[in-house]
Ligand binder design. Structure first.
Ligand code: BGC
Length: 446
């Protein structure tokens, strides 16, 4: 990264993880079952029949992992709090032993000089709530608000800022529309109530957090949407996709209304789920920060199948990650400028809460270094263009359980041998450490 592209003073450098992807210990200290425990048991649901049962065994090895973070010189660590550890049945009594784990972790992080940034929901709904309808049920939003209150009561004295939801778009589409993630429902557009109820849950949780003087963020998966051509059908399809992927989960928070989903034949009440007062609750007094998870842009063409108003077209002529995702760092710059144009003064400060790539099983991950350097350059260009960017949390600290892909996609700065649980820093770990130190030194002399 060139000095011209330096990030602002006070910028926070971090890494990001999620509970089910790293913790393991699924039956320890009173943890209840989550939808992912159940989904992984379905034959064929996850590659090689794998699960997060042991994952990185972070529940027991968190001390070693905090040392790895200290070695990076991080300012912040984004992790998630497993709802089934805190309220094993999703409702009812709080499981103090489950919160004890996060208590230890938070104290360990603070002792290492790292500010913890918790996420309340990274897709691990208590299975008991799924059996009552999961996020298709309005009641789940209320249970989420109660969970937020319990977690904040215990940890809020040490955690100044909280993320409510991780990627409600991905959870709705993969989990409820397509059924390729837990809870494995394939409802297509009938999944839309899961969007509204997650956002309502955000609003209820945000109110609990704000009542305790805490800052509120959300982490949205956002993608710049490009039309495959200038033909009006492709442009209209791109707009329809943009409404579903980006606007559906950001407009209500920042503008207090849902986008036009007319292209889907869906009205503003989102399949009957929106009630009076909901949008005011969702928008609340505004967000303290918008978390942006950026991986790649999306190219969209006119539909080929009558069921949906768009078709995905390949992004061509760019490198691809091990997962096959196109690598387009400039897309991050484009995305942030689009957000500014779209939301103007309503756009809160931005934190990149996820960005990273999977590579094959190697310690010499020059591909990852290029990926990260390119995206940080794009982020610095956005900052130079006046976007208020406050931090960057790369995905991820460790190779981990990559959902339906099991352990086949490695996103870590640190390699994990899943047989022995041995952690080995990759080349990108040293690169990120040195970059953080250099950026900090440069910021101090500016
Ligand atoms: C999710 C992570 C996931 C990563 C890579 C994001 O969609 O929040 O849990 O591991 O992308 O796929």
């Amino acid at each position: 990264m060139t000095d011209r592209h330096a990030l602002p003073a006070g910028f926070r450098w971090g890494v990001s993880t999620a509970a089910y992807q790293i913790e393991g210990a699924v039956e320890e200290d009173g943890r209840g079952r989550s939808v992912w425990d159940a989904f992984c048991e379905r034959p064929g649901a996850v590659k090689n029949g794998e699960s997060g049962r042991l994952a990185c065994d972070h529940f027991h090895r968190w001390g070693e992992d905090v040392e790895l973070m200290r070695g990076l010189g991080l300012d912040g660590y984004r992790f998630s709090i497993a709802w089934p550890r805190v309220r094993p049945a999703g409702r009812g009594p709080v499981n103090g032993a489950g919160l004890d784990f996060y208590d230890r972790l938070v104290d360990g992080l603070l002792a290492a000089g790292i500010t913890p940034l918790p996420t309340l929901f990274h897709w691990d709904l208590p299975q008991a709530l799924e059996e009552e309808g999961g996020w298709l049920q309005r009641d789940t939003a209320h249970r989420f608000g109660e969970f937020a209150a319990a977690a904040a009561d215990r940890l809020g004295d040490r955690l100044p800022a909280w993320i409510t939801l991780n990627e409600p778009f991905v959870h709705m589409v993969y989990g409820y529309a397509l059924g390729i993630h837990a809870p494995g429902r394939a409802l297509m557009l009938d999944a839309l109530p899961a969007a509204h109820h997650q956002l309502l849950g955000h609003g209820l949780a945000a109110a609990e957090l704000r009542a305790r003087g805490l800052d509120v963020l959300i982490a949205n998966n956002l993608t710049p949407v490009r039309a495959a051509s200038e033909a009006p059908e492709d442009v209209a399809a791109a707009e329809a996709y943009d409404a579903l992927h980006n606007r559906l989960f950001t407009d209500p928070l920042l503008l207090g209304r849902y986008p036009d989903l007319g292209a889907y034949g869906v009205g503003p009440d989102l399949c009957g789920s929106v009630r009076e007062g909901d949008l005011e609750l969702i928008a609340g007094p505004g967000l303290d920060g918008l978390g942006v998870n950026y991986y790649n842009p999306t190219r969209i063409a006119a539909p080929t199948d009558p069921g949906l108003p768009f078709a995905e077209a390949p992004v061509e002529g760019v490198p691809r990650t091990h997962f096959g995702w196109p690598v387009v760092p400039a897309g991050l710059h484009e995305l942030l400028l689009t957000l500014r144009d779209r939301y103007g003064h309503a756009l809160p400060p931005i934190t990149v809460t996820e960005n990273g790539c999977s590579t094959d099983d190697t310690l010499d991950d020059a591909f990852r270094i290029d990926y990260l350097a390119g995206h940080l350059d794009a982020l610095a260009r956005a900052a130079a263009d006046g976007i208020d960017v406050r931090g960057y949390y790369t995905w991820s600290l460790l190779d981990n359980f990559e959902w339906a892909e099991g352990y086949s996609q490695r996103f870590g700065l640190v390699h994990v041998d899943f047989e022995t649980q041995r952690r080995t820093p990759k080349a990108s770990y040293a690169w990120y450490r040195d970059l953080i130190a250099a950026q900090r030194a440069a910021a101090a002399t500016r």
